[in-house]
Design a protein around this ligand. Sequence first.
Ligand SMILES: [Zn+2]
Length: 264
Amino acid sequence: MASQLIDIGINLMHKSYNADRDQVVQRAADAGVTPLVITGSAERSSQEASAYASKFPGKLYSTAGVHPHDAKSCTPKTLDLLRSLASRPEVVAIGECGLDYNRDFSPRPVQDQWFEEQVKLAVELGLPLFLHERDAHPKFIEILGKYKANLPKAVVHCFTGNQYELDRYLRMGMYIGITGWICDERRGTHLRDLVKKIPLNRLMLETDGPFLTPRDMRPQPKEGRNEPVFLPHILNAVARATGKPPEEVAAATTTTTKEFFGIE
Ligand SMILES: [Zn+2]
């Protein structure tokens, strides 16, 4: 039996899984990758993630939130929806929410506003935050800083930043999610040094599937689709970078993840 791993960021409601979603979950479980935390990133995907996860108690969990790309579609009703989803047993975090000044699919002031609203909601409910930040570190810190005294546990998912940003997040008590970006020889090699500086009790692993298929995986999957069964590949890259045995990194990150989300 392979070590247990938990994929904390899988966009399982993405249409690329429509034809074989149940098998994707089963394949992962057969490889020891269980449970999975399905990322909700818009009103619709948050509802779908919760509904799907509720059919697999203890095996699937979900988050409820709106990604900065979709901030422009938020209304006051969005918060009511997220609040009601958050009361369900399978929903373990608020997010994915945050700031993305790299692609700017929503105007920045709109991103800022709806990020802050979701931070406030997590503070109110005492639920962990699942965070996205790209090219927006100063504003991101500024908004989180306003709630410093009451901030729940928070993970910066798919961390791709630099040492300064990492240090800042760790000092703020945040957790760090590492994806297959670390396997990318074009833009991820800096993460191989940085990941050594992340204590294992702050480190979690994720595929971010169907995106970010590890580029050095052979063979590459059909149509390039990433899925949770590939999480051991990311574990091995992290273990190599840190110089620790994969079993140790697996056990420690799994313990960290269970404590973070309050799951078994
Ligand atoms: Zn993200």
